[in-house]
Design a protein around this ligand. Structure first.
Ligand SMILES: [Zn+2]
Length: 417
């Protein structure tokens, strides 16, 4: 395989989108324009292409972080006024202490639910509070020459992230505070509930609650930056994830230009570029919902690609811990073997931060994995969800290596089918 011209093609695609279209907020016009451009590229290499429109509430996934943070502050105030009422430092009937606690518990429960269900687990419980927008997933297909025995989807996403102020300004420290903040807000909720129950049973532990209340005040410097967690300015997203889109275009182009070398006989090959990944993998979730039966019937295997930057960091995901999915062993082990055989430095690891579109499939028991170029567990690269995610961070050679892995994977499963 000669990848030099393919690497150049893929890298040029990334540069063109960055220069001609720019940032691509989920649900925006520029996201749609990018989708059109991807489809027009796929048309050159696929038997068929189309777009699939879906509706989502793209700002719901992260847009509530600031409101949730305000609710956490209000609940701390409720805790304190309740405590000061208990201590007689606020002259109110003792029943007010209960009212303040109940208000504190309810709003903190809402905030905690938002952070856990929406942000960690990618559910859409609070989406109705945020505006609706439409987006398009882009699909291209290459049909096999003989009977379809299985399908493979090579996927990526073409929307780009809002800039994460927390990461741009506070870097690794900002990332580390996330776990602390999660533990902090759950801890405050537990203390509020404990205080409420003990007060009902007339167990007075004012000193302990005073100390805990003071401790909550020390949490504030950690919580305050969450009011400004992200901006509404999207980043260029050259690596995250035009690199992935470029790779699926590269695979499609390779297959269309190397028919003498290989044509899939029993494997239907899909190329899917999702919208709305940065809005909580909404595009991939809608795709799975829309095609669930077909995905099952066609014995589909999904290889999702996200944020490839350098040949040194190529992770093949075994599971995604935060969202709670396990990927398909048969796929990630095979990809890992192929990487090794080709001298590619791939690692099989669990993803411990965020989630990828691959998770939308694995969650519904469609065989999938993701190949990622971000090792966020060990290193927060400066360009992750920041203005520094420009074409220069992408090494064209890395793109070629992933194309090689995917093409070899396709050849192998087609031969085995
Ligand atoms: Zn991202």
């Amino acid at each position: 395989m000669n990848f030099a011209h393919l690497n150049e093609y893929m890298y040029n695609f990334i540069e063109e989108v960055c220069n001609e279209i720019g940032p691509r907020e989920s649900g925006s016009e520029s996201e749609k324009l990018t989708g059109d451009k991807i489809e027009s590229e796929l048309k050159n290499y696929c038997d068929e292409t189309w777009q699939e429109k879906y509706i989502a509430h793209p700002t719901a996934f992260l847009g509530g972080v600031r409101y949730g943070t305000v609710l956490v502050f209000v609940s701390i105030i409720m805790y304190w006024v309740s405590l000061l009422t208990d201590l007689n430092m606020i002259q109110l009937e003792i029943s007010w202490s209960y009212i303040f606690m109940i208000i504190g518990i309810i709003i903190l429960f809402l905030a905690d639910s938002y952070f856990v269900l929406e942000v960690m687990r990618y559910h859409e419980v609070f989406d109705f509070l945020f505006p609706k927008k439409d987006s398009n997933n882009i699909v291209g297909v290459i049909y096999p020459t003989k009977e379809v025995k299985q399908s493979v989807i090579f996927s990526a996403h073409h929307d780009s992230a809002y800039e994460f102020n927390l990461f741009y300004y506070f870097k690794r420290f900002g990332q580390k505070t996330i776990n602390f903040a999660y533990i902090g807000i759950v801890f405050i909720l537990i203390v509020l509930i404990a205080k409420f129950i003990l007060n009902i049973f007339n167990v007075r532990a004012n000193m302990i609650f005073l100390i805990l209340g003071i401790a909550f005040l020390f949490f504030l410097p950690i919580f305050i930056p969450y009011l400004f967690f992200h901006s509404y300015k999207s980043v260029l997203g050259a690596c995250d994830n035009l690199s992935g889109v470029a790779i699926i275009l590269g695979i499609a182009r390779y297959l269309s230009e190397n028919k003498k070398d290989f044509v899939p006989q029993n494997t239907k090959v899909y190329f899917v570029s999702f919208a709305g990944e940065e809005a909580g993998i909404r595009g991939a979730k809608r795709y799975v919902d829309m095609h669930y039966q077909q995905l099952k019937n066609e014995n589909t295997k999904v290889v999702n690609i996200d944020s490839i930057a350098t040949p040194e960091t190529i992770l093949i995901a075994t599971k995604e811990i935060i969202i709670g999915v396990k990927h398909e062993k048969e796929i990630y082990e095979k990809l890992y073997e192929i990487a090794k055989e080709n001298g590619i430095n791939g690692k099989m690891v669990p993803i411990t931060f965020g989630a990828t579109d691959g998770a939308a499939f694995s969650k519904k028991k469609i065989a999938a994995t993701s190949i990622s170029g971000l090792d966020l567990e060990n290193e927060l690269v400066p360009f992750y969800h920041t203005r520094l995610d420009t074409p220069e961070v992408v090494d064209p050679k890395a793109l070629g290596l992933i194309v090689k892995m995917c093409v070899n994977y396709l050849k192998r499963i087609d031969m085995e089918s």
